[in-house]
Design a protein around this ligand. Structure first.
Ligand SMILES: Nc1ncnc2c1ncn2[C@@H]1O[C@H](COP(=O)(O)OP(=O)(O)OP(=O)(O)O)[C@@H](O)[C@H]1O
Ligand SMILES: [Mg+2]
Length: 260
């Protein structure tokens, strides 16, 4: 068992996720909001390290720095389970480092993603939450779902395939002018312009249309789950956007009913 159980530990952390269009700033902002990154939260006990294992430093144990807001990238492999780390590394290669082609059907990618989130939740995120820290992530499966819904998948299909994996405690959906996002970054991949939805004429218009359609589904999730939606100015400095987000994050970190 890689994770040290802390007896009498009162608080389990909360998982907070930023969702939004490709390139809207999920990674930049989640990183900027956090006060630690995943690797900082690990307790590199030399005895455990010999076995290739880290534990997550408890928020409450002696010398603990208190409950932190830990940034866990969506593509993070486990550092607390060597077995999971090996398999997640192979999954990550298939998912993100094998190029892009429309040759394989959606179903191939859907089941790989379900395996990814199963491992991510249980062997990356849960140990951090169990140690009493909150986690902020640069996306969960909702952006992927929002695109699958455009490609003929239904919510009940997705619920069956992903239903055994716990979702986040809170989600914030970020929106912005999509043309301004394209102009800000410019180097979008074919899959971000609709490759898997049958688009082949890539460019600004393809990006805006495809992302707009996906965003409609993300906003429907927000409506259904009563998630906050924050409309960002794509031209604003990152620091200004972080200042907008901080009070929202602080409120989401407090358990319901706890006074401000
Ligand atoms: N106000 C802002 N907020 C966020 N990012 C900004 C802002 N202004 C400029 N940027 C830049 O825009 C880019 C946002 O990209 P980032 O990778 O964070 O987006 P993302 O939503 O994580 O994308 P992806 O969906 O591809 O993972 C970064 O290069 C960042 O520096
Ligand atoms: Mg990102």
């Amino acid at each position: 068992m890689a994770i040290r159980q802390e007896h009498g530990q009162a608080r389990r952390g909360r998982l907070i996720v930023l969702e939004g269009a490709d390139g809207i700033g999920k990674t930049t902002l989640a990183q900027g909001l956090a006060d630690a990154i995943y690797h900082d939260a690990l307790d590199h006990d030399p005895a455990d390290q010999d076995a290739g294992i880290s534990t997550v430093a408890s928020a409450t144990a002696g010398g603990g720095a208190g409950a932190r807001l830990v940034f866990v990238p969506r593509r993070q492999v486990s550092q607390t389970s060597p077995y999971s780390r090996t398999l997640m590394t192979q999954l990550a290669t298939m998912l993100w480092h094998s190029g892009d082609a429309p040759d394989l059907p959606d179903g191939f990618w859907v089941t790989l993603q379900a395996s990814w989130y199963s491992a991510l939740r249980t062997t990356v995120v849960d140990p951090v939450l169990a140690a009493g820290h909150d986690v902020i992530m640069d996306g969960w499966w909702f952006k992927f779902f929002s695109k699958l819904l455009l490609q003929g998948w239904t919510q009940p299909d997705l619920d069956v395939i992903f239903g055994r994996v716990a979702g986040p405690d809170a989600v914030i959906v970020l929106t912005a002018d999509l043309g301004a996002l394209y102009d800000r970054r410019g180097d979008f991949q074919p899959r971000e312009m609709g490759m898997h939805a049958g688009v082949s004429d890539y460019g600004r218009q393809a990006f805006v249309t495809y992302q707009h359609d996906g965003l409609k589904n993300l906003l429907a999730y927000a409506d259904h789950h009563r998630w906050p939606v924050l409309d960002l100015d794509a031209a604003a400095p990152v620091t200004d956007t972080l200042d907008l987000l901080r009070p929202l994050i602080a409120a989401l970190r407090r358990p319901e009913g706890e006074p401000q």
